[in-house]
Design a protein. Structure first.
Length: 282
């Protein structure tokens, strides 16, 4: 199947086509190989995009210094396009480390923006410097900011996707299934076009278990208000949950459980896919 323009397709077929396209990209190694493009290819992609750095998505006199430092996003915008979709992408790092400027995140954003999909890459506060649910609140604030302003750059606020890998697949799912986070910033969670979770946790994230002092936090299961599964509901944006055949058995089980529990409450808008010949990092 040939894709000459992602943005051209989205206007003509279901909005969830971007999620289906992500499956294709992972399957053929596109995401894995983002960092391996030749210099010529990389420069060609950069010539097709506009880069806006360190946009504050939280403002006000009551912000902590840490919020002022971390609550920023970068925008990668396709040049010469209008009415393009936006993917808000959170960097990985187990909710405890990482930055939007890492080479993988930058390469992914440049590749998508070069194909006509704007990408907002987000920094958020990290554990243990802050505790649950601060990082989820930051994620919600960043999505609201992006949705409220993307039309100023030519984008379509009705075609906003949220995505991330591993820990931030978790963040994306929390925004999809617990409406209160986005509602706190004036956004109806149903207005999100789709959620893309790649190898995400669906139980309470182990960083939160660690914050709470649970023994063996990486292996002690917990489903409470900090778990996407806990908030399973019929009314939610379409969800694409992808994992690899090389992922850990518990991660596969968590995602299958999310699918099962959503189906049980009458939500059939979750799409799952196990990608062959990959591991959690590829």
């Amino acid at each position: 199947m040939q894709y000459n323009s992602i943005s051209g397709k989205i206007g003509r077929i279901a909005i969830f086509s971007l999620c289906q396209f992500v499956i294709l990209l992972i399957s053929i190694g596109f995401i894995q190989n983002c960092k391996s493009s030749s210099t010529g290819q990389a420069n060609q992609q950069k010539n097709l995009i506009e880069f806006l750095e360190n946009i504050s998505y939280k403002t006000g006199d009551d912000l902590s210094e840490y919020e002022k430092e971390r609550c920023k996003l970068d925008l990668y915008l396709p040049q010469g396009k209008m009415d393009f979709p936006l993917m808000v992408w959170f960097h990985g790092g187990s909710l405890q480390r990482g930055d939007k400027s890492d080479s993988f995140t930058k390469a992914l954003a440049e590749r998508f923006a070069g194909e006509g999909v704007a990408v907002g890459v987000v920094n958020y506060r990290l554990s243990p410097k802050v505790k649950y649910p601060s990082y989820i609140d930051d994620a919600a604030a960043s999505v609201a900011c992006a949705m409220n302003h993307i039309s100023e750059y030519g984008g379509n606020p009705g075609a906003v996707f949220i995505g991330g890998h591993s820990a931030v697949g978790y963040l994306s799912l929390m925004l999809a299934l617990q409406p209160a986070y986005l509602a706190g910033y004036g956004v109806d969670h149903i207005s999100i076009a789709g959620i893309i979770s790649i190898g995400g946790q669906t139980f309470t994230h182990y960083a939160i278990r660690e914050e709470r002092g649970l023994p063996n936090p990486e292996t002690t299961p917990l489903i409470d208000e900090g778990a996407p599964c806990f908030h399973a509901r019929k009314s939610a944006p379409p969800i694409l949950a992808v994992w690899s055949d090389g992922d850990s058995p518990d991660r596969k089980a968590e995602n299958r459980y999310l699918e099962a529990i959503l189906n049980k409450v009458g939500n059939n808008r979750i799409y799952t896919k196990e990608i062959k010949n990959r591991n959690h990092w590829t």
